[in-house]
Design a protein. Structure first.
Ligand SMILES: CC(C)(COP(=O)(O)OP(=O)(O)OC[C@H]1O[C@@H](n2cnc3c(N)ncnc32)[C@H](O)[C@@H]1OP(=O)(O)O)[C@@H](O)C(=O)NCCC(=O)NCCS
Length: 181
């Protein structure tokens, strides 16, 4: 399934996307605010093995690649920890091509994932965990209608210090109301 947004196209992650992903996930500027495993070197083999492992887990996690309208690969996104009983999932994204930061794409991808989660997967709640100092990401999520739910104190260790992370979420009804407003 290919999801067409206003400016961006989102497709299922394919093996051919892994080379770019390998470069991006080893760039500390990109992974600085990742809340897990950001400091662990990732080989291309690690990434291929991971790719094989997720193909059996489509009921629990969906991984996407993000492209601009002219099909330039710029990043990745996912819905994971999909809980079909309670109808919730954890949302995540990154723009790996740094020349594409600040163009509104992070906000657009968040909106596309939320729409897909509620309209296609029939989920009830979408949530995420974000480093409290990742102001661009927090803003993307707020602009997409997500609400700050709480704080996990000192949850992330980076740059020789502990930092807080924030849990944010959006419920299906809130999304509907925002759409009607
Ligand atoms: C975080 C990220 C997704 C944001 O994407 P983006 O396309 O650059 O964001 P947008 O252009 O949609 O901008 C979102 C808002 O943040 C603001 N912003 C951007 N950088 C900022 C910064 N350093 N401090 C404060 N606000 C910032 C923008 O001005 C914009 O607000 P505005 O529309 O009111 O002007 C992107 O920078 C990224 O992928 N970073 C690396 C990976 C990452 O941190 N992923 C999130 C993990 S939870």
């Amino acid at each position: 399934m290919i999801i067409q947004g206003l400016n961006l196209i989102i497709k299922g992650l394919e093996r051919k996307d892994l080379h770019d992903r390998h470069q991006w996930l080893n760039d500390p500027e990109i992974t600085k605010y990742f809340t897990n495993l950001a400091s662990i070197p990732l080989s291309e083999t690690d990434l291929f093995n991971w790719y094989e492992s997720i193909s059996n887990k489509k009921s629990q996690e969906l991984h996407f690649s993000i492209f601009t309208g002219d099909l330039k690969h710029i990043g990745g996104a996912q819905l994971k920890a999909i809980d079909w009983k309670n109808r919730n999932a954890e949302l995540g994204l990154f723009i790996g091509d740094k020349s594409e930061w600040g163009k509104g794409y992070g906000t657009e991808i968040t909106g596309i994932l939320i729409h897909y989660g509620f309209h296609e997967l029939n989920l009830h709640r979408l949530w995420l965990r974000v480093d409290a100092e990742n102001l661009a990401a927090v803003k993307c999520y707020q602009k997409s209608g997500m609400t700050r739910e709480g704080i996990f104190r000192d949850e992330v260790f980076r740059e020789n210090a502990y930092h807080h992370s924030i849990i944010m979420s959006i419920l299906r009804d809130e999304y509907r109301q925002n759409q009607q407003a």
